[in-house]
Design a protein around this ligand. Structure first.
Ligand SMILES: [Zn+2]
Length: 273
């Protein structure tokens, strides 16, 4: 196996890594969670769905991508009332992931993409991408994989709430590993939804708010998985994978010229933030 065909970061040797750096592959870090996903989905839902999209995109365009081992834990204290959920403090998550992006940048990769599968990590991966750009010579961008599939999902969906263990995630899981979905355990969420706020407004509400889930749901479902199908999941998967391949191509081409300093006199370059 050489760097041309291998798309899993840690399947390369250090000699092959030199090849991958010379090729300037885009390095992808999938992030997710180990978190309750209702009575019908396993705790790996966010990272399994996200990593599956990343690996399939990279399999289709192996000469342009390298996928890092995923981050399977995230900001999750709000789910802690449900057995099994693992919480990582946001400061720890940011520091840990920033150590990864900085290492990747150190080796000479210029483009790093954070692909997230867990809504509550969204603000954190934005911050990691920003800090990576400011603290390294590389470019780092961040997105939720689901954003690449929303347009396609709009056309086929039967429910309105895009949230958690819902029609979207359940459909995608059914497509990828239907045998692990406990179909007979599916229930609709008893969502509390206002005009500006919902019980968890971190996905599609203008006002950001997330309560302890133990306060408003006994099932851990937000949204409605009852209309989920594997066919819908296939549409979601294909849209997300195709979108990621396109995004990586655009990111690869994105110019990275030297910064130009407009100061007339020398700056105090020994000052560090
Ligand atoms: Zn989820």
């Amino acid at each position: 196996m050489d760097a041309q065909k291998e798309y899993r970061y840690n399947h390369l040797t250090w000699e092959e890594m030199n090849q991958a750096i010379a090729m300037q592959k885009v390095v992808i870090l999938p992030t997710g969670s180990t978190e309750q996903h209702g009575p019908h989905l396993p705790l790996d839902t966010d990272i399994f769905l996200c990593e599956s999209v990343c690996l399939e995109a990279a399999r289709r365009a192996p000469d342009t991508m390298l996928v890092l081992p995923p981050i399977s834990y995230g900001l999750n204290m709000h789910h802690i009332d449900f057995p099994g959920t693992i919480h990582i403090e946001p400061e720890v998550f940011v520091a840990f992931c920033l150590n990864i992006t900085k290492s990747v940048s150190y080796h000479g990769f210029k483009k790093i993409l954070l692909v997230n599968g867990h809504g509550s990590n969204g603000i954190l991966i934005d911050l990691i991408a920003r800090k990576t750009v400011l603290e390294t010579p590389s470019l780092c961008a961040a997105l939720g994989y689901f954003s690449l599939a929303l347009k396609a999902f709009e056309k086929i969906k039967d429910t309105n709430t895009l949230a958690h263990a819902d029609e979207f995630e359940t459909s995608l899981y059914m497509h990828l590993a239907g045998e692990r979905v406990r179909m007979d355990r599916r229930v609709a969420g008893n969502d509390v939804e206002g005009k500006f706020l919902s019980s968890d407004s971190t996905s599609n509400y203008p006002v950001r708010f997330s309560d302890y889930w133990g306060r408003w749901t006994k099932t851990g479902v937000h949204g409605d998985p009852m209309t989920a199908t594997a066919e819908k999941g296939k549409v979601i998967f294909e849209a997300a994978v195709a979108g990621l391949v396109q995004l990586v191509e655009e990111f690869r081409q994105w110019p990275l010229p030297k910064r130009s300093d407009q100061h007339a006199s020398p700056v105090q370059s020994d000052i560090r933030w």
